[in-house]
Ligand binder design. Structure first.
Ligand code: AMP
Ligand code: GLY
Length: 418
């Protein structure tokens, strides 16, 4: 099987690594890729925002399967023209990708499916803002009602900070979504879906804030671990039964079946799991840890999803133990990152690339905010964590920063559901 992966992050590097281990895979390509993915796959340029360009590349390269990683091409509708030329694709249609592309659509689907989630209200004019803010908080949750790469959300106990963020969004012409605050630890559950059947992967936890102890602004994600030693037994089955399957059924009933990876972002509250968000694709950096533990050949799983055959796919097999990833970010991230610095250790096993590129002289240099995602595995979460941080020590990038507390509370038995 010839597999084309669309995207250029550490998620795509992890996808390619998993695909390269599937004996059914005969050739791999990645577009636009990075310095790390180029070691595993042929590299092509593509405009991620142009669905027809993705389809043209898939056809030209004679792909047998296309895997679309990021939300931007999916929300733009890249899966549709690929399917239209007869190539199986792992990724939802433009219509189904609205579960991530429009938070208002996601809320509507959740309401129809009777799925537990935060109470919400959309504000599209400053005149209505103050009255609306008074119906929420403290704590306030203020979101951009569109794609914002995890950075459009402010969670704050400070009314003025909440108001200023909402005004900033409104001034930029973006409707604002206010939500009730969901207390409790967060978990990400990825489900492979073929329109009807749901196959959950292992749950993971992401670290969204830039600094240790969750200080500072939200980012795309600074680290992750899997599985969750603190999760109640039955969590995954419960979330599939009460949340994921009803949403998949609702989307199918609306004639917009979801085929691809449905990412369920949860808060585990005292009232049970509640949805923070759905995404229409694998999460980054959780994918790096979940796929590090998956033993089942992944190209076969993706093709079964693309072809609507998940009901007859054999049960997934997992490695024992745990995986931890630590993101190494460039100076300035999540603001404007410093780029162009030479990276030492980028070629080490377990170092996945995100914002990297190979310079003409062959050196690997930083080229984005999240630069590397360093993965450690081990028989226990504590050992996986040590392995990840030992590897971080072997990487050098001027000005870079990373969190030092990824998976620490879980190792210490200090994660509690309220
Ligand atoms: P989102 O872009 O919707 O995933 O939000 C980014 C992050 O903000 C989430 O991972 C949570 O940490 C936090 N967040 C979003 N919505 C809520 C909420 N209703 N209650 C508590 N935290 C939230
Ligand atoms: N890790 C969060 C996301 O991928 O949206």
């Amino acid at each position: 099987m010839r597999v084309l992966v669309i995207g250029s992050g550490a998620r795509e590097h992890a996808l390619l690594l998993a695909l390269s281990k599937d004996p059914a895979v005969t050739a791999l390509a990645c577009a636009p890729g990075n310095a790390g993915t180029a070691a595993l796959a042929e590299t092509y340029g593509v405009d991620l925002a142009d669905p027809n360009a993705v389809a043209a590349l898939a056809k030209e390269w004679d792909a047998g399967l296309v895997v679309i990683g990021p939300e931007v091409p999916l929300v733009a509708g890249a899966a549709d023209p690929v399917r239209a030329v007869g190539i199986p694709v792992f990724g939802p249609s433009k219509e189904a990708a609205r579960i991530e592309g429009s938070k208002a659509f996601a809320k509507d689907v959740m309401q129809a499916a009777d799925v537990p989630t935060a109470r919400s209200e959309i504000v599209d004019t400053p005149a209505r803002l103050d009255a609306a803010l008074h119906r929420f908080g403290p704590t306030w949750v203020v979101k951009d009602d569109g794609l914002a790469a995890g950075k459009g959300v402010v969670v704050t106990k400070d009314y003025d900070v909440a108001r200023a963020h909402a005004m900033h969004l409104l001034d930029g012409g973006h409707p604002v979504l206010l939500e009730s605050f969901l207390d409790g630890p967060e978990a990400s559950l990825f489900c492979v879906v073929d329109g009807t059947t749901v196959v959950p992967l292992l749950p993971a936890q992401d670290f969204k804030r830039v600094g240790d102890n969750d200080a500072g602004p939200n980012t795309g994600g600074m680290g992750a671990y899997s599985p969750l030693p603190w999760a109640p037994s039955g969590l995954v089955d419960d979330v599939v039964a009460r949340i994921v399957q009803p949403v998949v059924d609702e989307l199918a009933a609306r004639d917009t079946p979801f085929s691809g990876l449905l990412y369920c972002g949860l808060a585990l509250t005292s009232d049970g799991p509640q949805v923070i968000e759905f995404n229409c694709r694998f999460g980054d950096p959780e994918t790096q840890v979940v796929l590090a533990l998956l033993r089942t050949p992944i190209a076969g799983l993706f093709l079964a999803a693309a072809e609507g055959r998940l009901a007859s796919h054999p049960p997934l097999e997992w490695e024992d133990g745990a995986a931890v990833t630590v993101v190494i970010a460039a100076e300035g991230y999540p603001g404007r990152p410093r780029t162009g610095d030479v990276i030492t250790g980028a070629e080490l096993d377990g170092v996945l690339h995100a914002g990297t590129r190979r310079r003409d002289d062959g050196a690997v240099v930083s080229a984005g905010g999240r630069v590397l995602s360093v993965v450690g595995t081990g028989p226990s979460l504590a050992e996986a964590r040590l392995a990840a941080y030992r590897l971080v020590e072997r990487v050098e990038l001027t000005g870079s920063h990373h969190r030092s507390d990824i998976a620490l509370k879980a190792v210490d038995g200090d994660v509690h559901i309220p």
